[in-house]
Design a protein around this ligand. Structure first.
Ligand code: SME
Length: 159
């Protein structure tokens, strides 16, 4: 498996946020970049709080954002699934075996492990970066810190 150059990836994501300050195209390219750079993954994308998307949408629900991979569930309530739990706890969740995580929502039956990193604006969680793999325990502690740095770079979109 290729080793990701996290410093380079973080810089590229930061550049997306500078080049295009609207989150929609920037996150679309961010999902494509991470999809290109990470081996052994079957889904890379974003779930975003309704509050970020449009006035009137529920802030306590996550909506499907830009992604790469198979068709996925459209809405995830705050506190549900790995994504909603990560958003509610404001904490990265690195799940080595999704079948052992009671709350896991199976969008792609091939997924075996998953990492979810919260995204913030104004000190609040406004969405998550979600990555799935068909392999057990695909994501290392190094991947976690690399992806957390990537998330911080993307948060420039909302600063
Ligand atoms: N597994 C996620 C749902 C989203 S898919 O992985 C794309 C969850 O449990 O929140």
């Amino acid at each position: 498996m290729r080793q990701v150059d996290w410093k380079l990836t973080e810089r590229q994501l930061a550049a997306f946020a500078v080049d295009e300050p609207h989150w929609l195209p920037a996150l679309a390219n961010a999902s494509a970049l991470l999809w290109q750079e990470l081996d052994d993954v079957n889904w890379v994308g974003f779930y975003l709080s309704g509050a970020l998307l449009e006035a009137g949408l529920p802030a306590d629900e996550l909506f499907l954002g830009p992604f790469q991979g198979k068709v996925a569930c459209v809405r995830i309530p705050w506190g549900r699934g790995v994504c909603g739990t990560s958003a509610m706890r404001n904490q990265t969740l690195r799940v080595d075996d999704v079948h052992e995580f009671a709350e896991h929502i199976a969008c792609d039956a091939d997924s075996r492990s998953e990492i979810v990193v919260p995204l913030h604006a104004g000190g609040r969680v406004v969405g998550v970066l979600d990555i799935d793999s068909p392999s057990l325990a695909r994501f290392s502690a190094g991947d976690q810190s690399g992806l957390e740095a990537c998330a911080r770079a993307l948060e420039a979109l909302w600063s």
